[in-house]
Design a protein around this ligand. Sequence first.
Ligand SMILES: NC(=O)c1ccc[n+]([C@@H]2O[C@H](COP(=O)([O-])OP(=O)(O)OC[C@H]3O[C@@H](n4cnc5c(N)ncnc54)[C@H](O)[C@@H]3O)[C@@H](O)[C@H]2O)c1
Ligand SMILES: CCCCC[C@H](O)CC\C=C/C=C/C=C/[C@@H](O)[C@@H](O)CCCC(=O)O
Length: 277
Amino acid sequence: MAVNGKIALVTGAAQGLGRGFCEILLKNGAKVALLDVNKEVGNDLKASLDKEFGPDHTLFLTCDVTSEDQLSDAYQKTLEKFGKIDIVCNNAGIANERDWEKAVAVNLVAVVRSTYLALQHMKKQNGGQGGLIVNIASMAGLGPLLTSPVYTATKHGVVGFSRALAEASEACDFGVRLKVLCPTFVRTAIISTLSSEEYMGLFSCLHGFTEQMIGMFGMLEVPQVAEAFLQLVVEEGKNGSVLMVTPEITSYVEFPKSPTDVLSGNPSPSAPGSSPQ
Ligand SMILES: NC(=O)c1ccc[n+]([C@@H]2O[C@H](COP(=O)([O-])OP(=O)(O)OC[C@H]3O[C@@H](n4cnc5c(N)ncnc54)[C@H](O)[C@@H]3O)[C@@H](O)[C@H]2O)c1
Ligand SMILES: CCCCC[C@H](O)CC\C=C/C=C/C=C/[C@@H](O)[C@@H](O)CCCC(=O)O
């Protein structure tokens, strides 16, 4: 999808990866609705972007994505301001193994809710022009991050949900594509939670493993991930694709065609009478 002239909505836009995604979209000619729960940082970003891109290219909306009303209202205000939404990036996310229900609410429930709101406004059956939804997962959406079991669950959920909905959208001819971004560690504020007792709960004793994992999988800078995000946005087709980003390589993930393809080489026979006729 060409970015120039498009309207994007980004959650968790005030800092970190969300800010990087907004800036690269603006540099490529899009207008962006910036949604974030952090009003102060969000307003500071809006002021900074106004200086660089002009006041009419962005709209900052204070929005807690875990609030159905606030999220729905933010979509409505975006449509009132810009008239349409072509691209949605569900980026807002946290790490909190102590308050794991909050992590599930932000990282998964809100991503599902925002994806469905995007679909409601984009799909052709509702008079929409179609569009693209990019959900931000993580490498922890492709394999277990032992320090963060619930974070891992939410990111696996984002990958699975997005891939299934991409197939459903194609089958229903909604005209909406879905893609997933899976970066390894990125130098943002969330990294500090990895060694914080307050957030890591039961697993703060494992912070030594975090250093090992960072050593194993690398640490990216926000602009590197923003470039990968732009690649996902501009590449036509590839509905349901999952892009992994590491310091060494940015590559699409190949999933097995069927879950049974992952069976080990010597599966035990099924219980008697249970094998398919
Ligand atoms: N930093 C990494 O190592 C890394 C790697 C892979 C994936 N990710 C994912 O990237 C996304 C962005 O993370 P980041 O590293 O930029 O973190 P960050 O903490 O720097 O930024 C997260 C942003 O989301 C906002 N946010 C948090 N809860 C919110 C809520 N309820 N409603 C609205 N906004 C909310 C925060 O205010 C903040 O601006 C997350 O989904 C994260 O899981 C991060
Ligand atoms: C938890 C909050 C901090 C954000 C974390 C980011 O989302 C980035 C996660 C980055 C990497 C995750 C790697 C997961 C690896 C596991 O799947 C496993 O493969 C590691 C096995 C290591 C080994 O070979 O021993």
